[in-house]
Every structure is written in C-alpha cells, then in structure tokens.
Design a protein around this ligand. Sequence first.
Ligand SMILES: CC(C)(COP(=O)(O)OP(=O)(O)OC[C@H]1O[C@@H](n2cnc3c(N)ncnc32)[C@H](O)[C@@H]1OP(=O)(O)O)[C@@H](O)C(=O)NCCC(=O)NCCS
Length: 201
Amino acid sequence: MKNLKKSEMLGFKPLRGTVIFGSRVRLREKKLSDVRRDYAWQSDPELSRLDAAPTLITPFSVYLLDYAVEIHRPRSKRYPLAVETLDGTHIGNCTCYDIDEKKGEAQFGIMIGDRDYWDRGYGTDVVTTMVHYVFLTTGLNRLYLKTLDWNLRARRCFEKCGFTPFGDMRRNGLRFVLMELRREQWQQLHIPDKQESESSV
Ligand SMILES: CC(C)(COP(=O)(O)OP(=O)(O)OC[C@H]1O[C@@H](n2cnc3c(N)ncnc32)[C@H](O)[C@@H]1OP(=O)(O)O)[C@@H](O)C(=O)NCCC(=O)NCCS
C-alpha cells in the first residue's frame, strides 16, 4: 500500500494483515501462494467469458513476476482481497477498485473461481461482507458494478445483497447491466434488522 495516499482510500485499512470475516468466508490480503489458482482461473475461457475479460494467454513465468510486483506494491485506488472458506480454502477473489475519494464511490468485482462453490451462497456472503465492511468502516457512500446481462447467477447474487439496476451499457458488442448500492439504501435495508434484534432482546 506504499504507493497509496491514505486520503485516496477514504478509510480503507492497510491491506497488510487484513482479514474480514463473513459467515461462510473470510476475505484476506492476497498472498504469493494464491498465484497458481489465480492463473488457472484467469486462463479459463468460461470464467473469463462470465467476467467479460480476455482469457489470459501470458506464460506463467511472466504472470508470476507481475503478480509478485502487484502484491509488493498494489496499484493505486484498489483494494484486492482473496476469498477463503472458513477452513482456509482459497475459492476466489473480490476487489473494490476505481476508489474515488471525490465522488465517495468505488466499483466492486467478484470471482468465485472454484465452480464447486457456485450456487451455495458463498458469493452472497462475500458481497454482503464487503458491503458491510465498506459502509461501516470507510467513507464511501456508493458501490457500483457492471455485469453481463445474461449472467443471471451474478445478477441474482447482487440483487440478494441489495444492489439495484440503474442503467445499462454496451461495450465490444456485449450488453452490461449497471447496478449500485448507496449507503442510504444499505441503511434502510439494515435498520429493520436492528429494530427486530432490539425488540427480541
Ligand atoms: C457470480 C458469483 C459471484 C455468484 O456467487 P455464487 O456463490 O455462485 O452465488 P450465490 O449462491 O450466493 O447466489 C446465486 C443465486 O443465483 C441463482 N441462480 C443460479 N443460476 C441462475 C440462473 N441461471 N438464473 C437465475 N438465477 C440463478 C441461485 O439459485 C442463487 O439464488 P437463490 O439463493 O435465490 O437460489 C459466482 O458464481 C462467480 O463468481 N461466478 C463466476 C464469475 C462471474 O460470473 N463473476 C461475476 C462477474 S460480474
């Protein structure tokens, strides 16, 4: 995080040593030992198609070098985390990026690379955990994301976490749905929980 000005990150804690607990996952700083799985996931045509990203064709040796540099000195305005199950299995990644101090917002991305963990609520737990972390501990007021219109699993996962569509866009012949979650919406979603838990005490 050396190259990040603290002010640019609006209260995100330093990545080093970060562990954020959800109910099924923990989100932690990226480690060099994640590199084989990340390489396999980024080289996987189905995963890159779902993510609207180019399939990686870089040789592993080059990827490893870039990976080590990124871990040592993460790019500015990004908060990349690995997703682990509670027993320590690395199953994917999530990132807040384009963190914009002036606008008080950031873009969010997620990839559960290990298919054995799809449709079992892990994605929902990752997104919910990150949303709570952002609104409880940073100064951001809005998270947004884009997802392919036909990626119904991703759209459903984001909807379950409170994201709502606010537009669409076309790029390179692909159609994306734009979704957002604002702090006020998140507060409204969680105030009933608070009232319920208070009344049940
Ligand atoms: C998208 C992703 C993050 C979702 O995580 P996940 O753990 O699989 O999702 P969850 O189990 O929490 O929720 C998925 C929901 O979608 C539903 N779903 C799955 N396939 C669906 C489909 N074809 N149509 C509609 N809903 C679908 C599931 O039933 C579940 O909803 P429910 O709990 O109401 O039954 C994960 O699957 C992933 O990373 N996939 C590969 C890459 C990708 O698509 N990334 C997103 C880029 S924006």
